[in-house]
Design a protein. Structure first.
Length: 315
């Protein structure tokens, strides 16, 4: 009964919202009738491609054309077409375009840019200076591990690192840049190094001035999804336990959708006292965000394409 209710919720509420919110240029804004941006366009395309009903080819085609047109000459994507510098959304674009049969050149160029985009906080010079910092014992992280940043040339953060790892993991071997294996090793080590002491992740600092950082739902989910191929690793199990313990208190539609995706991917049961997406929408009417609606669609889908098949049940 609950599965049927969620399926109806996706078909009757979520998917019509996304279809109506598409702009004339083929993209989506963060909210209906707002300017098209790369990030919400990526999530809307993921949701429509994975929807329970087959989407009109023209609708998805226009969205893919918007993404291809926004790509910069160096292979990266900016957050919006008018900008001239690429950023973390390159991972999302590659992830989406890898599933499109005629997009290999675009996604290949984006992946090469990703593998050449190193965070500046972990350069050899910065690592040398950190040895003499008066605060080095207050937030002890291993600066030899390197992930990805929101903006090129800045610090490694959990979420952009997770998106890049997922994108590289989805890539066929013939498209992977030579540097990809090393980047994945360093970034995976960086995620585990940045985990909060009791499990879970925040934006990137497990300790702040000697005090344990508080984990957050969204970065915890993306880190766990990026690390999903090692489900029994103790750090992952601990972080899943933290996530399960905190689901009942979620009041954000986006966080709830992502938590559902994560638990089902790892084969964990949804807590009996946790709300459903349909319940949360009925009580708060949270839908004015294209991104949240897209995540809700993906939470209800079987994830056969966009994230790969779910893992064998871990617990």
């Amino acid at each position: 009964m609950e599965a049927d209710r969620e399926k109806s919720f996706a078909e009757e509420v979520c998917l019509p919202f996304l279809r109506k919110a598409q702009n004339m240029d083929g993209g989506w804004g963060f909210h209906p009738q707002s300017r098209s941006r790369v990030e919400p366009t990526c999530w809307a395309l993921q949701a429509l491609a994975e929807s329970l009903n087959r989407e009109p080819e023209e609708r998805v085609t226009r969205g893919l054309q918007f993404l291809r047109a926004a790509q910069l000459s160096d292979g990266s994507w900016p957050s919006m077409p008018e900008e001239k510098f690429g950023c973390w959304v390159t991972s999302l674009c590659c992830w989406v375009l890898l599933a499109a049969s005629d997009s290999s050149p675009a996604s290949g160029a984006g992946l090469r840019w990703l593998c050449h985009d190193w965070p500046r906080d972990t350069t050899l010079w910065r690592r040398f200076l950190s040895k003499f910092s008066s605060t080095k014992g207050l937030h002890p992280i291993n600066m030899s591990y390197r992930g990805w940043s929101w903006t090129p040339g800045t610090s490694s953060w959990v979420e952009p690192t997770s998106f890049a790892l997922i994108s590289l993991e989805q890539t066929s071997r013939d498209l992977l840049p030579p540097e990809a294996i090393r980047r994945r090793e360093l970034a995976t080590a960086m995620l585990y190094d940045r985990m909060c002491p009791g499990g879970g992740w925040n934006c990137g600092n497990p300790l702040v001035y000697g005090v344990a950082g508080e984990p957050l739902i969204v970065p915890t989910v993306w880190a766990l999804l990026a690390l999903r191929h090692d489900p029994m690793r103790p750090e992952n199990v601990m972080s899943l336990d933290w996530l399960v313990h905190n689901i009942a208190s979620i009041r954000s539609g986006g966080s709830l959708a992502l938590a559902k995706i994560c638990l089902e991917t790892y084969g964990r049961k949804w807590p009996a006292d946790a709300p459903t997406l349909a319940d949360l929408h009925e009580n708060s009417g949270f839908f004015q965000s294209v991104q949240v609606v897209a995540w809700s669609c993906l939470a209800i889908s079987e994830r056969s394409r966009w994230l790969g098949a779910s893992l064998a049940k871990a617990t």
